[in-house]
Design a protein around this ligand. Structure first.
Ligand SMILES: Nc1ncnc2c1ncn2[C@@H]1O[C@H](COP(=O)(O)OP(=O)(O)OP(=O)(O)O)[C@@H](O)[C@H]1O
Ligand SMILES: [Mg+2]
Length: 408
């Protein structure tokens, strides 16, 4: 069918024509903002989920919803940063937010005060004042300038919250990839938000990240669970998966045969990214206007090759030999979370010996720890990919060596 009209969106963060299966999260978000606008408190949320399940897309929907409700939105993708860089990012985020909250010519005392606190928050990382350009205020000495991220961020968000309340606005920070925040940064954010919640100020942070974030935040502050919900999103159920394929096709005057949908949902497991990728390939081979099961069969090899070459491969390419051995051993055990000692046993080692490799894989974002002692792939179907790409189990070279010495 006409490639120009291909409605599928197999790209990171690309808003699909139909965002299906996320109504609950959208309602929760709407309720959060409405309650906060009414001066009530509500737990904020950090959306968790594996790679490609639609976290970024969902944050995009949150942005539209927040704007509809006349909230100021600041979006940031977090990356691994030292505290100085993090502070700079916060400065530029809050600066944008203040200007959006109200035009500078109309700034009242609260807004000016928030700008002044922002200025002192920024002094240590921006002595020339370039980052806070256009604000024309002096730093509020004694506030947000203790060089303690937690205390300083608290001063800042409280001042911004008071300014927001005063201008009858709300501010929501939408942070993507929050698992890249360091413990100290997350701790600082949590404790600052704790304060704004106590004061019923209309400032909140809604995040998205890999599932390990729930555990991270738990370590960061025992009261994080009182501040945040951690809704998990994942693959779409059968009906939603069908809708994700059918809706966009119908909008273009095409349709899917029932048995074609059966196969497509089975192959993709209902994972949003996989659905988009397969939908895209199927559209390319189909004559239309009704997509048949044969079309899907024809598209599957290209679909798999494409996933292998991009989505999966980029992740494996960054891994060392030992890390590959570990991933391959995990895949041998299946897609579920695996005990560290069981994986080590496959390789013929003790789990303590494999500890650093496992830690590195978690650090790289290839694995996460759903519960203590267990690790799982952050990418759906990664186990199948490993089995496809490395058919035979790999063993550490020294063990092979030892074995042959013993044998000999
Ligand atoms: N609810 C949905 N319905 C249908 N398709 C979706 C949905 N959400 C996301 N997608 C599609 O899935 C793909 C992945 O979405 P997105 O980039 O938001 O995932 P992610 O969870 O942020 O992934 P990553 O962890 O790699 O950043 C995109 O191609 C997007 O168009
Ligand atoms: Mg994303």
């Amino acid at each position: 069918m006409d490639p120009v009209r291909n409605p599928y969106t197999p790209n990171a963060g690309a808003q699909p024509p139909a965002v299906v299966g996320r109504d609950v999260q959208l309602q929760t978000f709407e309720l959060l903002l409405k309650r906060m606008s009414a001066g009530r408190t509500e737990r904020s949320m950090i959306i968790t989920g594996l790679r490609g399940v639609g976290k970024t897309v969902l944050l995009g929907r949150f942005r539209s919803k927040a704007q509809e409700l006349d909230w100021v939105v600041v979006e940031r993708e977090v990356s691994k940063h030292d505290d100085e860089k993090f502070r700079r990012q916060m400065v530029s985020s809050i600066r944008t937010a203040l200007f959006e909250m109200s035009p500078k010519a109309r700034w009242g005392d609260r807004m000016k005060r928030a700008a002044a606190v922002l200025k002192s928050f920024s002094v240590s990382v921006d002595p020339t004042g370039a980052l806070t350009g256009g604000m024309d205020v002096d730093a509020a000495q004694g506030f947000a300038d203790q060089q303690d991220l937690q205390a300083d961020l608290t001063d800042l968000l409280v001042a911004v919250g008071e300014a927001a309340k005063d201008s009858r606005k709300g501010l929501v920070l939408l942070f993507d990839e929050v698992q890249f925040l360091s413990t100290a940064q997350l701790e600082a954010l949590i404790s600052a938000l704790h304060k704004t919640v106590q004061r019923a100020l209309p400032v909140t942070m809604v995040g998205a990240g890999l599932p390990q974030i729930a555990e991270l935040a738990g370590d960061a502050k025992s009261y994080s669970e009182r501040l945040f919900k951690f809704p998990r999103i994942g693959n779409l159920d059968e009906e939603d998966a069908r809708d994700a394929l059918v809706g966009p096709a119908r909008a273009e005057g095409a349709d899917w045969a029932a048995d074609a949908l059966d196969l497509a949902t089975e192959v993709t497991g209902g994972y949003p990214y996989f659905l988009q990728e397969l939908g895209y390939e199927v559209w390319g081979v189909a004559e239309g206007p009704v997509i048949t099961r044969e079309d899907v069969e024809l598209a599957v090899p290209t679909y798999e090759a494409k996933l292998d070459e991009s989505f999966f491969r980029v992740r494996l390419d960054r891994a060392t030999e030992m890390e590959r051995i570990y991933l391959r051993a995990m895949a041998e055990l299946g897609p579920e979370p695996q005990k560290a000692q069981d994986v080590a046993a496959v390789i013929g080692r003790k789990s303590t010996q494999m500890g650093p490799t496992r830690a590195q894989l978690i650090n790289m974002g290839l694995l996460y720890t759903p519960q203590h002692g267990y690790a799982a792939f952050t990418v759906p179907h990664f186990d199948r990919f490993m089995l496809r790409t490395i058919p035979a189990l790999m063993m550490p070279p020294d063990r092979a060596g030892k074995k042959s010495r013993k044998d000999g």
